[in-house]
Design a protein around this ligand. Structure first.
Ligand SMILES: *Cc1c(COP(=O)(O)O)cnc(C)c1O
Length: 421
């Protein structure tokens, strides 16, 4: 029997959608995205001017970004394209956080033009920024605590990470930008990824709150905003539990009262830049079965591939799969669920217990709403799928069409023809 994950529509409704929009496609649930965003903001209503800057890379679709902006979120960008997408969606000024690394001058220029909060990854970037766009009034640094902090498996040890300014550098970094004219200061770190234990985020808060106190005492630098990064995980496995926002918030509030308030650092803004938990659970990759093949193992071949969702092939990540027409049937067959790439890692599931599957069945791959479509690629000439939005009124809107063969060929030159500019 089914073990838990639901879809926000009936099997019939899903079939009807496929009559208009052929599989494969990503489908996002607007109502669930809004409800989750509101729950997150409600939990942190104690925090002065709380904001989550949605990590655009997780799901770079303007329609979704607009919905998140309406729910109070900002845009966390790390490239020129993401900055332009944020601008064209209607984000501006300090609603945009520019958190990049190994950054070219041109991107600092664009971030400065938009008035984005610039978050510097390295002390060498101070000069790059000064030369290209000038030092803005507000500046943030990404902090890497090194051995002061363990991370989780996905990001790895902070000492091995390419990101951030070290413990030895951080005070000097702020002094330097102050000398160059900065007047407002913010602090950022990102230590964990896909983490379900709220204590990890409380540890991060403790670390940054204490650092804000140190900066004030040692250098008279008044930090006005502390960005705890992204990385709040989602329960990919049916038996896992989502992070409880209220519990997370209470722990961070207690640290705020314990560390920042006595140091006269109230008010300080508390910020996040989560992507995964904002859209991840509310996006579904819908795919139809082409073939069921019996070799040394049993295979279900679907019309989606790694071009639509890389995580299982790339990280061996688990994504739950349901068969809406057969959820009431016994899940007593063991299948590998594959795409059609000439890459044996192009599998959505290995040795997965599912009901007996036939060609034509619709499969729903869950938790594909973040780092899903966004990570797709064109290897093997595969074309990326469409993105659909299930609106609050139950209608379905195309928010990105599927790629076409012409899209794929738009950048190449065939012999005897000019490259299209
Ligand atoms: C990827 C990333 C995020 C978002 O991470 P999620 O796991 O999607 O929450 C936030 N900040 C930075 C700097 C990142 O690189």
């Amino acid at each position: 029997m089914s073990n838990g994950k639901q879809i926000p529509l009936s099997q019939d409704e899903l079939e009807k959608i496929t009559a208009e929009y052929p599989t494969p496609f990503h489908l996002y649930d607007e109502k669930a995205i809004r409800e989750n965003a509101r729950a997150f903001y409600r939990a942190f209503s104690w925090a002065p001017d709380f904001k989550n800057y949605f990590a655009v890379k997780a799901c770079p679709n303007p329609t979704l970004l607009k919905i998140l902006q309406e729910e109070g979120m900002g845009a966390d960008c790390s490239s020129l394209t993401e900055l332009i997408m944020a601008e064209r969606t209607g984000f501006g000024g300090e609603e945009i956080m520019f958190s990049s690394n190994n950054t070219p001058e041109s991107e600092f220029v664009e971030a400065a033009r938009l008035g984005a909060v610039i978050n510097l990854d390295d002390i060498s970037h101070i000069e790059t920024l000064e030369k290209s766009a000038g030092i803005p009034e507000l500046i943030s640094f990404r902090y890497n605590p090194g051995e002061a902090r363990f991370s989780n498996a996905i990001i790895g040890s902070p000492q091995e990470a390419k990101y951030g300014v070290t413990r030895e550098q951080i005070v000097g970094a702020f002094r330097s930008v102050r000398e160059k004219g900065a007047k407002r200061f913010a602090l950022h770190t990102m230590i964990v990824s896909n983490e379900l234990d709220e204590n990890c985020f409380a540890d991060t808060a403790q670390l940054l709150f204490a650092l804000a106190v140190r900066l004030k005492e040692e250098a008279g630098i008044r930090i006005e905003a502390i960005n705890l990064g992204g990385g709040i995980g989602i329960p990919y496995l049916p038996e896992e539990k989502a992070v409880d926002f209220e519990r997370l918030s209470k722990k961070i509030a207690a640290l705020y009262d314990e560390i920042l308030v006595p140091a006269s650092l109230d008010p300080t803004r508390v910020l996040f830049e989560c992507g995964r938990m904002v859209t991840g659970p509310y996006g579904y990759l819908v795919s139809r079965v082409r073939h069921v093949a019996s070799k040394y193992k049993e295979y279900v071949g679907v019309d989606a591939s790694m071009a639509d969702l890389m995580r299982p092939g790339m990280y061996g990540a688990y994504h739950h799969i349901t068969v809406p027409s057969k959820e009431g049937q016994p899940h007593d067959r063991i299948y590998d669920v594959t795409g059609s790439l000439c890459e044996n890692v192009d599998k959505f599931a290995i040795d997965r217990l599912l009901p007996e599957i036939d060609p034509g069945d619709l499969l729903v791959i869950h938790d594909a709403g973040a780092h899903g479509h966004a990570m797709g690629y064109n290897y093997n000439g595969k074309l990326r799928s469409a993105e659909l939005l299930l609106r609050e009124d139950g209608t379905v809107q195309l928010i990105r069409r599927a790629e076409t063969v012409d899209d794929y060929f738009s950048t190449v030159r065939f012999p005897g023809t000019p490259v299209k500019i």
